[in-house]
Design a protein around this ligand. Sequence first.
Ligand code: NAP
Length: 485
Amino acid sequence: MLQKTSPYMRQANLIGGEWVQADSGATIDVVNPATRLKIGTVPKAGRAETRRAIEAADAAFVTWKKTSVLERHKLLRKLHDAIMDNQQTLAELLTMEQGKSLTEAKGEVAISAAYILWFAEEGRRTYGDVVPSPWADRRVLVTKEPTGVVAAITPWNFPSSMLARKIGPALAAGCTAVVKPASQTPYSGLAWGALAEEAGFPKGVINIVTGSAGEIGDEICANPLVKKITFTGSTEVGKILLQKAASTVKKVSMELGGNAPFLVFDDADVKRAVEGAIVAKYRNSGQTCVCTNRFFVQAGIYDEFVEKFAEATAKLKVGPGLEEGTQQGPLIDMRAVEKVEELVGDATARGGKVVTGGRRHALGGSFYEPTVIAEATPSMRFMREEIFGPVAPVFRFETEEEAIRLANDTEYGLACYFYTGDLGRAFRVMEGLKYGMVGVNEGLITTVEAPFGGVKESGLGREGGHQGIDDYLDTKYVCIGGLGL
Ligand code: NAP
């Protein structure tokens, strides 16, 4: 039985505290990628509904920004508790619409709650400054104020946690929000509305619209009431939003695509590297922005690494996410499968060797076999393109300089990983890699306490860490004169 119902599955939008349908009554079907069966529908909203959501958020901002940090802290803690009290239910909903294994979905729900708790705490530490004044009779203060209405747009691969690290800092800072979840996985986004109601957030503080991405995006970008856009998704769409947001000079943060390299040097612990490679490649069936896209392995251990990595890959259990023991769910849709097939076809035509996998899975639908391709070369498409699937190309290199050059040869700069037993090399390589996040002898590095984000075309701004709340605050300088001192 793979189809379940959930008390958190809302088939409506939340605008100003009311659960509503699209003005036109139009809806979008939501499908379970494991079964291809329809789960339900969500409203297909457009510009008018988005405008009302923005106006509701703007109206709520008037009072929300005046709540004390402690009040907001308490509400966010309640939100954290509501999430964790319903971890299983929320994870089932997430698996049903997204496909990932229930274990991974529970992990995602837990990290969502952890982000909320982290920002509940960080909200209390948004310190300003009292600056030593250059004038004897004046005093200089620097304060932090909530930016205003924040619009958040998120992708389908982490439909819960990508919102957590936007909603958490926004609400903690005193901002209000208009949220647009991805059309393929809207329920985990809409669940935030139900959870926020349960925790006691005032009406209008969180508004959620689903529907036409172009129309919703256009309204968000053009509406002067929106003061900040926070987006997670493809670099392509990020660039469109950056251009459109320029018309009203909004603050922007962008978490965009990646092309993560994973370097294994001759002096690495191969067993540890293989364990890290499995996590860094196959989490969410390879559909994460920090998933390894390219493995670079030094010639001396190349054959050993490929053999052990392929052996571990072949053991991964593929199946519907809700089924006990599943480690790899389906890909999000058939387009994703076709893209993976194209990339594998391109690689084999250019001399790549499929060591394991390389085909659609016998389960059919959008299931694809976890795949390792040896003898990868820079002429292959996955040198430049995000694979976003369970395919691991393994390139061979000779020297440290060559490895760093190949790893940096991309317009992306999100996450990277490398394995070495040499401390000097660890520092040289870490400093040589042009990425926002580096895992040294670690393949899984995301945590709420650290700043997540990229350089180059992987984005702008950071989420998580103490840095993650900065983008939701405006700095105000106040000069107080006439003090008669
Ligand atoms: P996407 O196509 O860019 O979509 C992301 C979101 O943007 C969805 O909600 C989508 O809505 C919306 N959207 C699409 N076109 C839009 C437009 N013209 N105006 C406004 N919104 C628009 O990305 P995706 O395929 O869902 O997600 C995969 C990508 O996200 C990958 O590139 C991955 O690397 C990246 N990602 C980055 C991070 C990070 O933190 N750096 C994290 C996760 C994922 P619809 O669903 O309605 O089309």
